[in-house]
Ligand binder design. Structure first.
Ligand SMILES: Nc1ncnc2c1ncn2[C@@H]1O[C@H](COP(=O)(O)OP(=O)(O)O)[C@@H](O)[C@H]1O
Ligand SMILES: [Mg+2]
Length: 281
C-alpha cells in the first residue's frame, strides 16, 4: 500500500491557473498542461489530489483501526463504551473500503461484481441512516420486490442508497419519514431504449422534506451543484455514476413538499422470475 502512491499531489493552483484569459485561442497552453483546456486540467488535478488524499488517509485509517482494536480488547468497558468502539470500528472499516475503491479505480482495477440482494443492502443502509440521523427522522424499508437480486458491487450500491437517504433526511430539518421501497418492474419498449427493456428492480426513496424548486430540479445531478452551506454537490453525481455503471437509471420527482428518487437496476439473470403469490414478508 505504502509503495503504491508516493506522489504528493500538486496544489490546485499550480495546474489550474484560474480561468483562461479572455479571447485566448491557445486553450492547450492556457491550462499549463499540454493538450488540455483549463477545465480538464483542473479535473485532472482534482483527481490527483483525491488520489494523494486517499492514499494518505488509508495509512491514517490503519492506525485508527489498530487503536480501535486495542480499545475493543480492554476489559471492563461499560456497554455504552463498548458500543461506541464497535461503531468506531465499523466506520473505520467503511472508510478504509472507500479509500481502497478510489485507489482501485485510479489503477483501473475492475469494480467487484456478484449477486447482490438489494433487501439486505437496504436494511444495512437504513440501519446506518438511523444512526446518522436524529430520532425525529423515521426510516422505513418496504421490501415489495420478490426477486431483489442484481449483479453488482454491494458497497457501491449501499453508498449510493445512503447518499439518497442522507439527502432525504437533510431535507427534513423538522423531521419526517424516509421510506425506501422496492418493486419488481418489467420494462418493455424498443430494444434501443435507455434503459433497455427487461426485468428490473425499482428502488424508490421518498421523503417528506422541503422539495426541490423546478429551477433546481434539472441541475441536481450536476457535479458541485449544492444548495447547502456546507454541501459538496458530489452526492448525486456519484449516485448516478454508480447506478449507470450497474446498467440502471435514476429519476427524480419533487414538488413543494417531498421528493422521490426512483432507481431502476437490471435484475440479475440468476435471480429468475419473481415467484407467484404475495411477496414474502
Ligand atoms: N431529497 C432531497 N430533497 C430536497 N433537495 C434535495 C434532495 N436531494 C438532493 N437535493 C438537492 O440537490 C442538491 C445536490 O445534492 P448532492 O449532490 O447530494 O449534494 P449535497 O448534498 O452536498 O448538496 C442538494 O444541495 C439539494 O439542493
Ligand atoms: Mg448529498
Amino acid at each position: 500500500m505504502r509503495a503504491v502512491m508516493r506522489r504528493t499531489p500538486r496544489p490546485l493552483r499550480e495546474a489550474a491557473p484560474t480561468s483562461p484569459a479572455r479571447g485566448t485561442r491557445d486553450r492547450a497552453g492556457s491550462s499549463g498542461r499540454p493538450g488540455l483546456d483549463a477545465r480538464s486540467a483542473r479535473i485532472l488535478t482534482i483527481g490527483e489530489l483525491a488520489l494523494g488524499v486517499a492514499h494518505d488517509l488509508g495509512n491514517q485509517l490503519a492506525v485508527i483501526r489498530a487503536c480501535a482494536a486495542q480499545l475493543g480488547e480492554l476489559r471492563g468497558l461499560d456497554p455504552d463504551a463498548r458500543e461506541a468502539v464497535a461503531d468506531l470500528s465499523i466506520a473505520v472499516q467503511r472508510s478504509a473500503e472507500l479509500t481502497r475503491r478510489v485507489l482501485d479505480f485510479a489503477r483501473g482495477v475492475a469494480p467487484r461484481r456478484g449477486p447482490v440482494d438489494l433487501h439486505v443492502v437496504l436494511e444495512r443502509t437504513a440501519a446506518l441512516l438511523r444512526r446518522a440521523t436524529g430520532a425525529q427522522v423515521r426510516v422505513a424499508v418496504e421490501a415489495g420486490a420478490r426477486a431483489p437480486i442484481v449483479d453488482g458491487d454491494p458497497a457501491d450500491l449501499e453508498n449510493a442508497l445512503l447518499n439518497l437517504g442522507l439527502n432525504a433526511s437533510e431535507a427534513m430539518p423538522r423531521g419526517g419519514s424516509v421510506v425506501f421501497s422496492t418493486a419488481d418492474v418489467e420494462l418493455d419498449g424498443e430494444a434501443s431504449a435507455s434503459p433497455p427493456p427487461g426485468p428490473y428492480v425499482r428502488i424508490v426513496v421518498a421523503d417528506e422534506g422541503v422539495g426541490i424548486p423546478p429551477a433546481d430540479l434539472a441541475r441536481v445531478f450536476e457535479p458541485f451543484f449544492t444548495t447547502k452551506p456546507s454541501g459538496t454537490g458530489l452526492g448525486l453525481p456519484i449516485v448516478r455514476e454508480v447506478v449507470e455503471r450497474h446498467g440502471g437509471s435514476i429519476a427524480v420527482v419533487s414538488g413543494t413538499t417531498g421528493t422521490t428518487f426512483a432507481v431502476l437496476l437490471p435484475r440479475a439473470a440468476t435471480a429468475g422470475e419473481p415467484p407467484e403469490g404475495p411477496a414474502a414478508a
